[in-house]
Design a protein around this ligand. Sequence first.
Ligand code: GLY
Length: 564
Amino acid sequence: MVRGILKISQISKIYISKYPLIAFLLILLFFYSSLVKAESYAVASRHHLATDIGMKVLNEGGNAIDAAVAVAFALAVVNPSAGNLGGGGFMLIHLAEKNETFSIDYRERAPIKSFEKMFQDKSGKVIKGLSLNSILASGVPGTVSGMFYASEKYGTINIKALISPSIELARKGFVLSEYQAKNLNKYKQKFSKNQEAKKIFTKPNGFSEGDILVQTNLANTLERISQYGEEEFYSGETAKKISSFFQINGGILSLEDLNQYKLRILKPVCGSYRYYVICSMAPPSSGGIALIQILNVLENTDLGKLDHNSEEYLNLLISAMDYAYKDRAEYLGDPDYSEVPKDILTSKKYADEIFKQIKEKKLPSKAKINVFEGEETTHFSIVDKWGNAVSNTYTLNTAYGSGIIPTGTGILMNNEMDDFSSKPGYPNAYGLVGSEANKIEPKKTPLSSMSPVIVFLHKKPYLITGSPGGSTIITSVLQEIINVLDFKMSLEESSKKSRIHFQHLPDILFHEQLDNSLIKSLKKDKKLINRKLGEVHSILLKKDGIEAFSDKRRPDGKASSIYK
Ligand code: GLY
């Protein structure tokens, strides 16, 4: 190698003496190219049309926040199972110029008339389905408030221009993929219970690939929101349509609830991991704390030296998950209602203690609890050419939320009340149990697992990621982070790796296509469930380029990037 360098320097000497002008220009070009930073930006989301809309905003000079708002409105149309106006979520933002990272909590709040035992019968038994499929299942939606806040405070483009493509998609319709057509057909029964949902989302002989889904009432609602601003949703015609529907149909969500909706700006939970800093969502999400806690435990081992998805590696992962999910159930809830011991749970000292226990093969104690399954929610990641980044996860909770559309609005309502613990120890749709910290109280926010993440390297965004998947969000995102940071995988390689999920309760090891003998050795007395886990949409900002990748676990996602 040394000989090669000598040779190059001899050749360059000859050239400089023979062609001084060309050499001078080449040197100038070299310095210029190292001064002018390459321009790179990207969007990764669940639906190709939403990604295209986001990229168009970025191409035309909008920033990451502009693109995020446009993508969020677009997903409310083209991804009705999770994209929404009738739900809520979390937006993690990094502003490059100010080197500032913060989050917007625009998640749903419990209606004023909600109360702790609202989903229990007189004998204290939880009434199955009431928190999921009934008129009582919805929290007060925050998405419209979140998008207007982000746009007004940090955007550069008038929000009307950002909503406009979504109005067109809702009015003219968009082409259903095979996956979407089948998915709508799968939920026919759910939609049939509500007049408007039935009209929009069912078809006598079922939808087929290539059908056009038109949502006229949603287009009209979006148009009013675009014209009159967020007040339209919280106190205008739309608010009145929503609240009167709830009142007429025995619900508790009121106009007063909509009038009083308030988002929160929250400091993210950040922690160091090797030479990276990981930031994610603070409570009311459990995501940030659980992620940092697990990573702190794993930091005690040089993971990159283990074989990926080997028995030793996976056993360590399962044990770290076990502890984190136990703490989630015990301590986490809305921080405005009970104190969350965030500093302890995310401290290195606490993680070291857990690691010691794991090495001594001590694990948290168990109880028997049944499990339900569900895995909706949607995530998108965006970065602009200035280095601003948005990591956004939002949801209706389970697929298509409660399946209820207030007449004339086209808005599918969430069933986020199920994310509260209906009764301490009783599992929600994701089999997650909660304690007093997550009991139902008026205006309170239910505990979430949504984990939008930004990983920083040398104080700059390096990996922007997140996933849907209910309780499996945290572990899907965790494995994406480890695959990229510890095992140096590309985003595509990482997404092809089998994932596992373990959440303390119930005692089930969820896995994707792992080798049979490996599974047996991991299983011990756990039940096994083989299913898809998560759907990660990530962007990786490398020194010499950008990667954007949308998980192929579902077919309609798209990641686009520009590097020039
Ligand atoms: N509704 C799922 C979550 O927030 O975690």
